[in-house]
Ligand binder design. Structure first.
Ligand SMILES: *[C@@H]1O[C@H](CO)[C@@H](O)[C@H](O)[C@H]1NC(C)=O
Ligand SMILES: *[C@@H]1O[C@H](CO)[C@@H](O)[C@H](O)[C@H]1NC(C)=O
Ligand SMILES: *[C@@H]1O[C@H](CO)[C@@H](O)[C@H](O)[C@H]1NC(C)=O
Length: 254
């Protein structure tokens, strides 16, 4: 797709909410191999406005990664590739071309519901100490969880992978904390709400990456209730466990 249409899609269709496209605020630098299932979705640099790291994704088997639909909205397999096996965006790792993108058929650009997608690579991942799969798990409210990504930090876009802790919230706690937020959209069972703290949380570029609990992916970074990052409002993640049947069925078709 052209750079113009992605700008329109991202800036016009998504004005009611702010999916994260860039990069973790207030995080720590990850150690090599600490998050071996994380890959960077990279946009081929033939686009004027967007190139390089765009979103995160998690390796769930030898050919597929799990991410958010808003991360692949409008892209074709030729527009993107995955970088696996490195914490540094500019050094090392293995690039994998993409053969198939599956967006959720009911992704809603107004409510940002069903913000889940799958990407299939050409060939298979070569598993090593720094390239591994991760399973899908469930989380309840009030659990300490981890987010990880190359999203924006206070100092700009990092080259080195960052991570931090956030706390999942019950729907009631989420509603209370979201009340005063600029974009308090209706939330559903397919979402997880979690809170970092002021100056700590996901930011632009962390989208699609995992919310981790009990050594499983329990969510994918979806959107913020405030266009600025880590302002003390909860953030919304797609609830991975809610979509297990969709994931299994989609993978079995391709
Ligand atoms: C990925 O695709 C590009 C063309 O888009 C090609 O030049 C490159 O060789 C491919 N890489 C692999 C590992 O197949
Ligand atoms: C998206 O959700 C809104 C609000 O529930 C609804 O009005 C609209 O029809 C939905 N759009 C699509 C394409 O399903
Ligand atoms: C953590 O995962 C294990 C399975 O690997 C499961 O038996 C256990 O109930 C999970 N713990 C929580 C708190 O979800």
């Amino acid at each position: 797709m052209t750079s113009l249409s992605i700008t329109l899609l991202l800036c016009v269709s998504f004005t009611s909410a702010h999916p994260f496209h860039g990069r973790i605020f207030g995080g720590k630098t990850a150690q090599p191999g600490q998050f071996p299932f994380l890959v960077s979705i990279q946009v081929e640099s033939d686009s004027e406005n967007v190139h390089g790291h765009y979103c995160g994704a998690s390796i769930i088997n030898d050919q597929w990664v799990l991410t958010a639909t808003h991360c692949v909205f409008g892209w074709t397999p030729d527009d993107i590739y995955l970088l696996a096996g490195t914490n540094l965006l500019d050094t090392g790792g293995t690039a994998y071309n993409v053969s198939k993108i599956i967006k959720h058929q009911d992704f809603n650009t107004t409510t940002i519901w069903n913000d889940i997608a799958l990407i299939k690579i050409e060939g298979k991942f070569e598993f090593t100490d720094v390239v591994k799969t991760i399973g899908i798990g469930e989380v309840s409210g009030g659990q300490s969880s981890t987010i990880v990504g190359w999203g924006s930090t206070k100092d700009g876009d990092p080259n080195e992978l960052q991570y931090t802790e956030v706390t999942t919230l019950t729907p009631d706690d989420c509603a209370r904390l979201a009340e005063a937020a600029p974009y308090n959209l209706e939330r559903g069972p397919g979402q997880v709400c979690a809170l970092g703290s002021v100056d700590v949380g996901p930011c632009h570029g962390d989208s699609g990456g995992p919310l981790l609990f009990n050594n499983t992916v329990v969510g994918m970074v979806s959107y913020a209730l405030d266009p600025a990052c880590a302002k003390g409002y909860p953030d919304i993640y797609t609830r991975a466990a809610y979509y297990v049947e969709w994931i299994d069925e989609s993978i079995s078709l391709y």
